[in-house]
Design a protein around this ligand. Structure first.
Ligand SMILES: *[C@@H]1O[C@H](CO)[C@@H](O)[C@H](O)[C@H]1NC(C)=O
Ligand SMILES: *[C@@H]1O[C@H](CO)[C@@H](O)[C@H](O)[C@H]1NC(C)=O
Length: 229
């Protein structure tokens, strides 16, 4: 794959070496030399998956790895920012993501480790009840559930098509193309676009134009069933 020059430059901003994991966890990131080094394992991204992978390797005494991350911080989609001012002048702390603890785990299966962490740090959270939603357009309350069902039907076909892509070794395509081929065509209908935004963009944190058909389906199956409540 051809990596654009600017992306490569950013990639080199943070090369977290395995050395970091041998230091106290509070130590600031030590940037090693800014040249590519040889490593047994390259971990792409210092989000939860990347950091956990590095921890698992480190636990197993495998320390010949590098984590490649283009942001100057670890955490991936887990991030927060200051927002506005409280009456006392200090800023509010706003979470930017991640959005959900998706499934808590059902005994006798394992508990979702993210849920274990959420409880440990007493993270405030609200149960998302997808059977109880209200939808509005510019005139007031309007029932979009028919559109949401239409999207769901197309998404079922989309999932089956993703299976054929995998088993028949076919060329992957954008999720937009996959949805369109599955009969979901929301263009020119703002209500359908809103239904799609709720069902897709809000769920996957990017629009279908920017995502793979195959990996949307893999993401869906992975996140919804591993710790499904
Ligand atoms: C690594 O070991 C620590 C200490 O035993 C444990 O808490 C952690 O869950 C382990 N990490 C992984 C990814 O297995
Ligand atoms: C909003 O809902 C009203 C009532 O159902 C409908 O008349 C109107 O056309 C809708 N607006 C759009 C942009 O679909």
């Amino acid at each position: 794959m051809q990596i654009p020059k600017f992306a490569f430059h950013k990639l080199l901003v943070l090369l977290v070496s395995s050395q970091y994991f041998r230091q106290a966890s509070t130590a600031p990131l030590q940037l090693p030399n800014k040249v590519c080094q040889k490593a047994g394992v390259a971990i792409l991204g210092a989000g939860v998956a990347g950091i956990t992978t590095a921890q698992a390797l480190s636990n197993a005494s495998l320390t010949d790895f590098v984590i490649l991350e283009y942001l100057p911080r670890v955490g991936g989609r887990v991030a927060h920012t200051d927002f506005g001012r409280k009456p006392d002048g200090s800023p509010y702390l706003v979470e930017l993501g991640a959005n959900w603890v998706q499934g808590l785990g059902t005994p006798p299966g394992p508990e979702n480790p993210i849920w274990t962490l959420a409880k440990k740090y007493q993270l405030a959270n609200t149960y998302s009840d997808y059977d109880s939603i209200e939808t509005f357009n510019e005139t007031g309350a309007v029932d979009f559930t028919g559109l949401l069902d239409e999207y769901e039907d197309a998404f079922t076909t989309f999932g089956q098509d993703a299976g054929y892509i995998l088993t028949d070794n076919l060329q992957d395509r954008t999720a937009r193309s996959g949805l369109s081929l599955a009969g979901w065509k929301p263009e020119k209908d703002p209500a359908a676009q809103a239904a799609e935004w709720w069902s897709y963009d809000f769920e996957y944190a990017n629009p279908p134009e920017q995502a793979s058909h195959e990996f949307t389906a893999i993401n869906y199956v992975g996140e919804d069933f591993q710790y499904a409540a």
